[in-house]
Design a protein around this ligand. Sequence first.
Ligand SMILES: NC(=O)c1ccc[n+]([C@@H]2O[C@H](COP(=O)([O-])OP(=O)(O)OC[C@H]3O[C@@H](n4cnc5c(N)ncnc54)[C@H](O)[C@@H]3O)[C@@H](O)[C@H]2O)c1
Length: 363
Amino acid sequence: MTPSTPTHVPLRAAIIGAGGIATTHATAYQAAGVDLVAVCDVDAALARKRADAWGVERVYDDVAALLREETLDMVSVCTPASTHHAITLQAASAGVHVLCEKPIAVDLNEAQAMIDACDAAGVVLQVGHQLRSHPAIVQAKTMIDEGVIGEVTMVRLRQAHDWGGASEVRPSFATRASGGGGTLLDNGCHLMDLARYLAGDVEEVYGRVATRKWPIELEDSAIVSLRFRSGALGSVETSWSATGWEEGFWVYGTKGSLEWTNRHADPVLVHASRASGSTDWSETDVTRYAFTELRGHDAEIRAFVRAVREGAPVPCTGEDGLEAVRLVLAGYDSASRNAPLTLGDEASNLARAVEGIEAGNAS
Ligand SMILES: NC(=O)c1ccc[n+]([C@@H]2O[C@H](COP(=O)([O-])OP(=O)(O)OC[C@H]3O[C@@H](n4cnc5c(N)ncnc54)[C@H](O)[C@@H]3O)[C@@H](O)[C@H]2O)c1
């Protein structure tokens, strides 16, 4: 597939990994007019079940067979983090464009190899940090870039949930072998990406992690304090011990602030300022932005389709995905040393980054 492909020829996609997030990809492809031709999961029964639900004929339980037997333009890699590297390399060598779910990988060298393989094969690599495509983030980013809130001084980012009230952590996330890390990797990679996206390069991190709710080997609570190169400060808070689903961001600037949280009935982006000169502590000038789409997944897939069809830039590159994981690893590494860590000194893989934490837990 090249950017010159006529727009009347439907693109052909497959989903690899038919678990929790897969339906979001499948329905978004179909809404974008992409032909979803196959589903692949090592659990063949699950692949069949999903394929039937999505009206897809062919299923596979092996990625190599999928890539050998189907003529594909693109795949979504919706498998556990530990498998992203191998599957992306396979897809790239088959000349297939890749939308890889987050985190891109659990090892910076593997992430770099994924970027290099897709570059060498001339295929698109997009990473599934869909918050960049969330309408409230799109609006906030535009306003920050236009200087509407002045210089960014502080960013607070939060994502937390309780596995939808389930009695256990979803098995593919519950172990280091499968998920890689706990909530700091799972939710934190989204927020680390957002931190860079909204406030620029991070210079120093100080992380703390804890396991407070679930009987798992990974952390279910994490806080990472950030210092950006600009001098601004940030905090990333993630948890699998919240109740319900929480997602929110707050960006303070020298001339105003931006705030979005899903914890209100009708989530809106709130822009607060002192434009009219008010000096009341709580009465500020407020503009509210409402959106019809309340998540970024559909827009993320539309962007991937544009990238494949027209060569448009992806909202989140492989390099962005790698940098998000770098910050997560630095958070773990800092937590394991119980000390702030300057970027550049962090471990390049999770096993190293969590060494001290595991030793600390064992003692
Ligand atoms: N961007 C988001 O909002 C978002 C949300 C949820 C999950 N995710 C990410 O998506 C990925 C999958 O998460 P999930 O919640 O769907 O997990 P899940 O455990 O529900 O599903 C993963 C599926 O992949 C299959 N699988 C495992 N190894 C495979 C392989 N080698 N080949 C083919 N299939 C394989 C499993 O059998 C399982 O059905 C993870 O990386 C996760 O972090 C992203």
